[in-house]
Design a protein around this ligand. Structure first.
Ligand SMILES: [Zn+2]
Length: 288
């Protein structure tokens, strides 16, 4: 089996016809007569054949040729990654691919770079924030941040934590669109959006009293905040581990409030008209 023409077109389209590593444009006009050349390849992350670079024998042929296992590279990078699978591991390639798809989206989103305009942070989803910072190539000066798995009960307290995380927040400038101005044709998984609007809150108060045992996908129980935009309900689960302070918990369980922040779209349920997002940052908007 080879990669189908349809899957190749999917990969070219999603990649914006650019190499996932060097971003070189891969469709080039060769002459005045309008002859075009393709300067890239749809490349396999796990090899197509057993024994090839990064081969994974458990994958079926269909999985190997699925867009999830494919990405777009210039001819040079295709050769380099396949000649050096020990350097270009599957994890490394996934990072390149994820960063590239995010970059393409950012270019197309017609958004402005996001700047933190949050005055007071209620919620900081540290792992997602660090992941975004890494994808965007931001320096993370304080390596201790990677080892924090809960900020709600940090031994040192809120102030030292904010002191080390603030430079990360201030250096992260993804291209974003505003949730309120999104047309649904623009909403896609992986899109980063900023928000500054009224939300309803649900379920957090109970969790803060009774304890949290993880999300179970049931919105009647999972703590979350939600807001309506263009006929769709944007739902953002709130994991109590990433609440900054007790006061933050009060704000996010008070029934409603105006919140400002940044989220990433996780999934879209077109039938229910729900867009499930991971909030990266939620806070109190600056108003002056
Ligand atoms: Zn390249």
């Amino acid at each position: 089996m080879a990669v189908t023409e349809k899957n190749k077109r999917v990969v070219w389209a999603l990649s914006g016809a650019r190499c996932a590593i060097c971003k070189k444009p891969l469709v080039q006009k060769e002459n005045e007569a309008g002859a075009y050349s393709f300067l890239g390849d749809v490349a396999h992350m796990h090899a197509r054949r057993d024994g090839g670079p990064r081969a994974e024998t458990s994958l079926s042929d269909d999985d190997r040729d699925h867009p999830d296992n494919l990405f777009l590279l210039c001819l040079d990078h295709h050769k380099i990654v396949d000649d050096h699978p020990e350097t270009y591991t599957i994890e490394k390639l996934r990072e390149f691919k994820d960063a590239h798809l995010l970059w393409v989206r950012g270019q197309l989103a017609n958004g402005a770079p996001w700047n933190s305009d949050i005055y007071n942070f209620y919620y900081i989803n540290l792992p997602r924030l660090l992941m975004l910072a890494e994808v965007l190539g931001c320096n993370i000066d304080d390596p201790r941040l990677f080892y924090i798995d809960d900020i709600s009960g940090l031994a040192g307290g809120y102030i030292p934590f904010i002191h080390s995380v603030k430079p990360v927040i201030e250096s992260v400038h993804p291209n974003v669109v505003a949730l309120a101005s999104l047309s649904l044709a623009d909403v896609d998984v992986g899109l980063i959006a900023k928000f500054d609007q009224r939300f309803r809150t649900k379920g957090l108060g109970k969790v803060l009293t009774n304890g949290f045992s993880g999300f179970n996908g049931d919105l009647s129980k999972d703590p979350h905040i939600y807001t309506d935009c263009n006929g769709y309900k944007f739902v953002m689960p709130i994991d109590p581990r990433w609440l900054t302070t007790t006061t933050a918990g009060v704000h996010l369980s008070s029934g409603q409030g105006v919140f400002s922040g940044l989220c990433i779209v996780n999934s879209i349920d077109y039938a229910k008209k729900h867009v499930l997002c991971s909030p990266l940052l939620v806070g109190h908007p600056k108003r002056w």
